[in-house]
Ligand binder design. Sequence first.
Ligand SMILES: *Cc1c(COP(=O)(O)O)cnc(C)c1O
Length: 492
Amino acid sequence: MSAHTYSAASGLQHEEPLLFEHAHEAATSISLPGIDADTTHLKDFERRNEAKIPGLSEPEAVRHFVRLSQWNHGIETGFYPLGSCTMKYNPRVNEQVVRLPGLAHAHPDQPQDSLQGLLALLHELQTWLGEISGLPHVTLQPAAGAHGELAGMMMIRAYHDARGDVKRRKVLVPDSAHGTNPASAVLAGLHTVEIKSAANGRIDLAALKANLDDETAALMLTNPNTTGMFESDIREICELVHQAGGLVYGDGANLNALVGIARPGDMGIDCLHINVHKTFSTPHGGGGPGAGPVAVNDLLAPFLPVPRIEKHEDNYQIVHTGEQSIGAVFGSIGQTGVLLRATAYIAAFGRNHLHKIAEDAVLNANYVLARLKEAYHVPFPGLCKHECLLTDAYQERHGVKTLDIAKRLIDLGMHPMTVYFPLIVHGAMLIEPTETEAKETLDSFCDAMLEIAAQCETGDTSELHDAPRRPIRRRMDETQAARSPVLVWPQD
Ligand SMILES: *Cc1c(COP(=O)(O)O)cnc(C)c1O
């Protein structure tokens, strides 16, 4: 058993053995009463070996998991400026909403007349997302942004196929795109061609034109793109793709910069997924949960997944039919918990104040940019949208890299920004503060970043190369962890 000391003052500094290392034979947290019924007919199903369950009392097991939870950095423990991820604070009222028993305990297979309240809320969300995106037809089924991309690509493929245009299999993807974009296109049976960005980080119109032809199914683009810059040629971009017979897929992960101000549908985008777990609270972590509703225009509406929630004269119905539908992409009507939190977040702002989300998010990002732009290299000068992009070019001269800066932030009690993404920018640091942070929090982050930059100038950078010093796990071999993970306790 490894030694372990727990220091409550700095939750990060204790070692936490595995449950098996904690275990001692005598204890058990399982106490089942004996059976006095005849079990002879169950003989064939009896265990042959002892179950390998670690011997622990209930409080020991509980403390293990609670201590582990304290190793986490969440939006409720500190600043979390993870660019592209929109890790915004999730207001407590959202949690109260989803815990209402009629919503929390609903089952997708219960009679529809007993689900009317839930269906009304989800239908309302569908309508709101249609209005917000400018694309009126919405499916709530996809369980993540990437899942929405897949559903969207399947719809676009079905649209071309329905017109007999079956050679349209090429999807153009800018080199600044999130990795899920090409992956989703390929999963939908399409193939991708990368479009090089221009020197200003935006789509290069000449490169786009050169790749458009009668095999183009779609362009997949993110606006603002992953450098935090608005694609100001968006109207022309969409027209070019449409003239070539293709459709435009919008990755809506950056909707936080636009919500309530500009609508992707009005820009010419045909199909958009919305990461409601980014734009409308419920910050995601550990792989979930999320939801990626997809909004489409009239062209793609016939291909939406089923089932869909429809409003009929005197009730709401889950409708399973759709002649040209791509079918179901989820086991039921959607991740209702995440969708309802989004409904609550939108309702809290209301139609007339939704634009405050984007305005404050953009203001916060530009505040950070303004405070840091002397100390850190800015690859694409000018105002940013909801996230700002810096690089380590100045610090690299002193041997300090983006990774060192990110690790040092952990010691200073903050989650690092997104690093080395977008891939087109060397040493990228993508910072997204969101609208939910106070100026004081932004200032303490900027102070920390300026302190790191100043430390580089002094020549003594050992603290940076050594970081993080506070957590028990420091710099791990992340490649090994991904390539050869040890996930099972060796049985003796
Ligand atoms: C987060 C993100 C995605 C993927 O969304 P998930 O909900 O994580 O599947 C796609 N594109 C961009 C730009 C993103 O930031």
